[in-house]
Every structure is written in C-alpha cells, then in structure tokens.
Design a protein around this ligand. Sequence first.
Ligand SMILES: [Zn+2]
Ligand SMILES: [Zn+2]
Length: 143
Amino acid sequence: MPAQPASRVPDEAQQPPDEPLWCKHCDTDQHLSVDSIQSHYPPLPNVVDVTYECNACRYSYEHTASIQRVALVLNRPGVTPGVLQFGGQFLHCGEPMKTQSHELRRIQCLLALGPRPSEQLYETCINTRILGCHCGFRMEIPD
Ligand SMILES: [Zn+2]
Ligand SMILES: [Zn+2]
C-alpha cells in the first residue's frame, strides 16, 4: 500500500483566513455596508483588507477577506465575476485596476419617436475607459 503523503500543501499556511463579512452582534450580513477596500500587504491574489459597518448596530469591522467574500456583501449585479466595484473603482486580483486608455466608441441605435416610429438609425459616440489588471485582465466601461 502506498504511504500517505507526509506533508500538506505548504502554501496553505501562508494564506490569511478568509472570513466572511459578518456582523457578529446581529448575527447577519444583511445590514452591512462596506466603508473601504484596500490592497492587502503583502499583495496576495484576490485578497483585500476591508472595513465595513453594520447599519443596524453601528459596529465596525476590519479584516482581510477575498474579493468573493466582499462581492457577496457589495452584491452589485452586472459586474463581471472576479471584478469588484467600489465607488468609482474597480478591483481585480485584489488590486485597483488601472486605466490603460480612453476610447471613443460609435454606437448605432434605432430611435423610435412619436406615434409612428420611423426606422432611422442614429449614431452616437460614447467615451469609454479600458481598465487593466496586472494579470492581463481587461475590461471596458463607459466613462
Ligand atoms: Zn449589527
Ligand atoms: Zn487580475
């Protein structure tokens, strides 16, 4: 019979505890609002330092959590998985994404005005921003 591996994955001990954002006082995460999100030091993939407050009992908390944990509370629909939106900032891999370039996009839309919609194509220009993460992930958002 093969012997059991003597050691576990050594990296596991290096990972900070990934605790859920939770109000221990109210025993729920229903009333939490995130105050700040900062890059963890030393930088770790998908890990941030988060401070948040419970709106019900006014307790404040601060600890290290994964992006996924924070996203559960921020719970913003429409944001790409793995990306955290906080205020005007987007985070990926636990770090704020940097603006790489600005683009001017032309979009065409069909405008239906009045009781008898006319099938006319209108062209609009919108400014967008390309955000990039050091891992190579990129996304485009309207500016
Ligand atoms: Zn509470
Ligand atoms: Zn990334």
